[in-house]
Design a protein around this ligand. Sequence first.
Ligand SMILES: Nc1ncnc2c1ncn2[C@@H]1O[C@H](COP(=O)(O)OP(=O)(O)OP(=O)(O)O)[C@@H](O)[C@H]1O
Ligand SMILES: [Mg+2]
Length: 263
Amino acid sequence: MTLLVVRDLRKAFGGVEAVAGVGFSVGEGEVVAVIGPNGAGKTTCFNLLGGQLKPDSGSIRFQGREIAGKPPYAMFRLGLGRTFQVAATFFTMTVRENVQLAVLSHRSHLRRPWVPVATLAVAESDALLERVGLGALADHAVGTISYGDLKRLELAMALAGQPRLLLADEPTAGIAGGERHALAELLVEIVRAGGISVLFTEHDMEMVFDHADRVIVLHRGAILAEGAPDVIRADARVREVYLGSALEDEAAPREDRGDGAPC
Ligand SMILES: Nc1ncnc2c1ncn2[C@@H]1O[C@H](COP(=O)(O)OP(=O)(O)OP(=O)(O)O)[C@@H](O)[C@H]1O
Ligand SMILES: [Mg+2]
């Protein structure tokens, strides 16, 4: 079954058409990569799908239901999980408390203020933390953990919503070599085991071609090409606008910019 169907999605900022009529679909259990040069519209597209931005026009159907323009919490409860290009967590709380909040938010328990949050969803939160390799850091304040662990925490928080589709905007950006690949492997292992569909952006082409079932190439807010990784790798237009430079970057790894904060 097709989980997500996007049609003619548009979003402009002033005169800039960041997303200019994008349409694609994601099937059950499919891992789809969205690639393209800086400023191509990838994060804007994810923000439209996750509810952080409202589209100017277009349709987003998720599990047969129109969801375009719904707020992020509604998307989360419908089974649309999201991680950000820049990790988004509550810094003064502990690692476990962040996951507890995400679990409770999914269950709508936050509407019962007389129940102490600290006592709720502990086992479930700890299981999620174990799953992402953060079991030992459960009681640490989020502000004290490494950036790589922050990205793992964000993954646990997205999984707390029991997503059918995970939107991951540069899930490993800003993390160094070995840890970066370990996190990518973990993400793929979790989603494949759970039958969770994934739409992810990534500038690391090795990660894209290793893990994606299908690749969508965005350029100037529109889809330039879409297809199997091998087809995209060989596409002359894609090589011209993006892959040429991206593959050169692979040979000489660059610093991640880690920009594009969630709206
Ligand atoms: N909040 C905003 N206000 C104004 N312009 C914006 C805003 N967000 C994005 N843009 C513009 O929209 C275009 C698409 O940006 P977007 O962040 O979606 O690109 P991207 O593909 O995610 O790039 P990157 O690979 O650098 O993360 C760019 O021209 C950007 O400057
Ligand atoms: Mg971006």
